[in-house]
Design a protein. Structure first.
Length: 281
């Protein structure tokens, strides 16, 4: 399920109850900005954040409730937990007063399982989600998994909330979330490292460092946008820009060698997956 802008707007227009956002750091604020851009009224939002940014604090003048007691919030449609996983044991049980019979709880805390959430909030409808940092510009991708308590209507609401910052994919098996974290959750860092190492390699080949950095940045960003817009898969796009015996082919002979990029990336994804499992306990 991926909400269209129209379906998201309808979901927000027909919203009954409040969206409680717990944590308004970079990811929480990106989600809040996405909701408001799609027409969600600040009056339908309560934010629990001990150190709100001036931008979040300013929304109080438009009706957003900042750090209200649970008794003042009324019916809560969804609680979105966007805090660091390290503080989850302290924060999550304290959310119980906000969670009613019709509330769905959405966690974007890395490594925190549905079982962990259920221990803190027994009987709640729960969704575990993993977004990534391009959510800050509305180009993220989020993978989500729900427990059995989530209704179709709640799933549609969660899809609309998550789609406000990019594409959404749903999985039925929570065990996949560790590999999801390794691939898409941590993946932007791999792409940034690619741009960084390309720039350094360009400088080593004789380019002025500033020009090498500009070329690497623009090349990675442009190739990513082409991949986004093209109906072709990555392998076909790669083949289309590789002339036999040319310069690209010479570089790919190195990158696609038995000890090249593919086994290195497999080891990297495996290491991140294993670490995600360790963090989940």
């Amino acid at each position: 399920m991926n909400s269209s802008p129209n379906s998201q707007a309808r979901a927000f227009a027909n919203l009954s109850g409040t969206i409680v956002l717990v944590g308004a750091g970079k990811m929480g604020s990106a989600m809040l900005d996405g909701w408001l851009a799609l027409g969600l009224s600040p009056r339908h939002v309560a934010v629990l954040e001990p150190q709100p940014t001036p931008e979040v604090a300013a929304l109080a003048a438009r009706g957003l409730r900042l750090n209200p007691p649970a008794a003042a919030v009324g019916e809560v449609a969804a609680v979105v937990v966007a805090v660091k996983p390290q503080v989850a044991p302290e924060i999550t049980p304290a959310l119980a007063p906000f969670v009613g019979a019709a509330t769905v709880v959405v966690s974007i805390m890395a490594g925190r399982t549905l079982a962990f959430l259920a221990d803190a909030l027994p009987g709640a409808a729960l969704v575990r989600a993993m977004p990534n940092t391009p959510a800050a510009i509305g180009r993220g991708i989020t993978v989500a998994v729900a427990n059995a308590g989530v209704s179709d209507a709640q799933r549609a609401l969660v899809d609309a909330l998550l789609s406000a910052v990019g594409a959404v994919e749903w999985v039925a098996d929570e065990a996949l979330m560790d590999a999801v974290t390794a691939l898409s959750g941590s993946g932007p860092a791999y792409v940034f490292l690619l741009a960084e190492t390309m720039a350094k390699a360009g400088a080593a080949a004789g380019l002025p460092p500033a020009l090498a950095a500009t070329l690497a940045r623009a090349t990675v960003a442009g190739a990513g946008e082409l991949l986004h817009r093209s109906p072709l898969d990555a392998a076909t796009l790669r083949q289309n820009v590789t002339s036999p015996g040319g310069t690209t082919a010479a570089a790919l002979d190195v990158l696609m060698a038995k000890d090249g990029l593919a086994p290195l990336m497999r080891r990297a994804i495996a290491a991140a997956t294993a670490r995600s499992r360790e963090l989940a306990g």
